[in-house]
Design a protein around this ligand. Structure first.
Ligand SMILES: NC(=O)CC[C@H](N)C(=O)O
Length: 333
């Protein structure tokens, strides 16, 4: 039986990188070191709701830093662009995700994708107390994935008891008036958002929701105000891969966000969302297999945003066609 060209290529990539042994598990959060390095799943969800997947796409893991992009969207909805910009910048750091550095003149954290900026962003979430803020945040994530989500308590506790570096950043920002005095509440909410359990299909649906201008393509509900999708995608594009952001933009050319548990979320605007999960990480804290898969997908289908040879109006139709019927297409370079 013929299968769509996209499914064939995902199967091929899965087979090719399954046996790859590069990378190491994150161990600074003790619970994450318990992951199986062989876990490997890929899922793609198109803006018209088609799903293509292979491998361990149902394996649950904690979302970690991928959450930062979505909480940034929520802070923008709660306060508007101008105010959020006074608290968190949008400049890439060129440094690692956990660098303790603030902008010299403004004292703001550089961007919402590094830990310092993410903690400041989380501290902006509105609510009468910790419970209401957590409930509002869960609601937001649930709109993106289209079902209930849960927090992994062992990971949350592990981060909370060992997150001294994040605590230090919060104190530094309190010193400069960038976050308010309720540091422990902000940190708890940050550790909770990082400990949300998702699978790679969830990541693909979340990415496809952004690709679809904020409307979840499966349940058809709006997850985020369309005014802020542009901002979320911009910071993902320029800062989502930390000290690899430039090379990522150069080679893959798409908004993306990685997390230390091995998740990788990539948005192909107006086309599809990609979710990948594989725990071994490279030196920048991103999934090794995930990075390879993204590079190959981008190259094979001309997904780079500045790849002007790609006929985007026909891209989805071609990729979702049966492989044989597709062989005469000119869309895929
Ligand atoms: N890069 C990441 O995924 C880091 C998130 C992690 N929870 C931390 O704060 O250290």
């Amino acid at each position: 039986m013929d299968s769509p060209i996209l499914q064939d290529f995902l199967n091929e990539l899965h087979l090719k990188y399954k046996s790859m042994r590069d990378g190491v598990l994150a161990n600074y959060i003790p619970e994450l070191a318990k992951a199986d390095p062989d876990w490997f799943g890929i899922c793609i969800v198109t803006v018209d709701g088609q799903i293509y997947e292979v491998g361990d796409y149902e394996q649950l893991f904690t979302i970690q830093s991928i959450s930062k992009a979505f909480v940034y969207g929520m802070a923008l909805e709660d306060h508007g662009r101008d105010y959020v910009l006074t608290r968190v910048g949008v400049e890439p750091t060129g440094d690692s995700f956990n660098s303790i550095v603030l902008d010299e003149s403004s004292k703001r954290p550089y961007n919402p994708m590094v830990n310092a900026g993410a903690i400041a962003t989380t501290s902006l979430i509105k609510g009468s107390g910790p419970t209401e803020r957590l409930v509002r945040m869960l609601d937001m994530f649930q709109r993106y994935v289209g079902h209930n989500l849960f927090i992994d308590m062992p990971v949350f506790m592990s981060e909370r008891t060992t997150g001294h570096r994040n605590r230090a950043m919060a104190h530094l920002m309190l010193n400069f008036g960038m976050i308010d005095a309720k540091i422990e509440e902000a940190l708890d909410l940050y550790f909770q958002q990082c400990s949300l359990m998702v699978n790679c299909r969830d990541l693909a649906v979340m990415a496809a929701t952004l690709a679809n201008n904020g409307i979840n393509p499966i349940i058809k509900d709006r997850a985020v105000d369309s005014r802020y999708v542009r901002d979320i995608l911009t910071v993902m594009y320029t800062c989502g891969m930390y000290d690899f952001a430039g090379e990522w933009a150069y080679t893959v050319g798409l908004p993306g966000k990685s997390g230390v548990s091995g998740g990788l979320l990539v948005v192909v605007p107006q086309q599809m969302g990609i979710g990948i999960f594989s725990p071994p990480l490279d030196s920048h804290g991103s999934s090794v297999r995930g990075m390879q898969v993204c590079k190959e997908l981008s190259e094979r289908f001309g997904l780079h945003l500045f790849d002007l040879q790609t006929d985007r109006s026909k891209l989805l139709e071609t990729l979702c066609n049966l492989s044989q019927a597709d062989s005469d297409s000119s869309v895929v370079p």
